[in-house]
Design a protein around this ligand. Structure first.
Ligand SMILES: [Zn+2]
Length: 235
């Protein structure tokens, strides 16, 4: 059994474990960036909600203004009626109607003033929220940029690591690499050390024949969990 190949294989596994750390780091960064982006979306939604509230209040005010305008027209027309009636009885009725229109117009004008105040409040709220959002968004953007530069650093590390990895890979027999890569997709620790004559992951007992082979730097798979097994070099 080629000792050098075995050592390269163990080196590859150790290497990949460090690689995993780096990948974890990247995944943490991704999660953080996602979190910041969610915050941005929430802020955006708040702004939109506020803006739509403001629009609704404006619509109500417009409708109210139309109503007042309509009553003003009716009142003006009624004043003409008052001036043109012939009999006292008709005059009384026309005046009564005019009086009613005035009362109604007053009531609607009061409502209109309430809507004007409401709109003013909504506009102030929106302006304040917009101001606060702007500074919040700027702060979040800064944080996202920090994360992104950490990400690009980690990605550069991965790139240089990958070059080293292909070097290591070329020194390990292809059939080992095949089984190892296959296991790697399924478990976090595809290669484990033998401890107390058992598999280091599932603690399944290893036969003495297999132990002997392992000590001679053969690579075996655990019969229970199929992980690669290796024995630590006795120094
Ligand atoms: Zn096992």
């Amino acid at each position: 059994m080629n000792n050098q190949k075995f050592q390269s294989f163990i080196d590859l596994v150790t290497f990949d474990q460090n690689f995993t750390e780096l990948e974890k780091k990247i995944s943490v960064i991704d999660t953080t960036v996602q979190k910041f982006n969610n915050q941005l979306t929430t802020l955006q939604k708040q702004l939109e909600q506020n803006s739509s509230k403001k629009r609704d209040v404006k619509k109500q005010l417009d409708a109210q203004e139309l109503q007042v305008k309509d009553l003003q027209d009716k009142e003006k027309h009624q004043m003409e009626v008052v001036e043109s009636v012939a009999s006292t009885k008709e005059l009384e009725a026309a005046n009564k109607e005019l009086e009613y229109l005035k009362i109604e117009r007053n009531a609607q004008e009061q409502k209109m003033i309430q809507h004007i105040n409401k709109l003013e409040t909504a506009e102030k709220e929106y302006a304040a929220l917009q101001l606060k959002s702007e500074s919040d968004i700027a702060e979040i953007d800064t944080q996202i940029n920090t994360e992104k530069s950490a990400l690009s650093q980690a990605q550069q590390q991965i790139e240089s690591i990958q070059k080293q990895r292909s070097m290591l890979l070329s020194q390990v027999p292809a059939e080992w690499v095949d089984v190892y890569e296959n296991m790697r997709g399924r478990v976090k620790d595809p290669v484990v050390q033998v401890t107390q004559d058992s598999c280091g992951a599932c603690f399944s007992l290893i036969s003495s024949r297999d132990l002997q082979a392992l000590r001679q730097h053969e690579l075996l798979q655990c019969k229970d969990c199929y992980r690669f097994l290796y024995c630590e070099e006795k120094k």
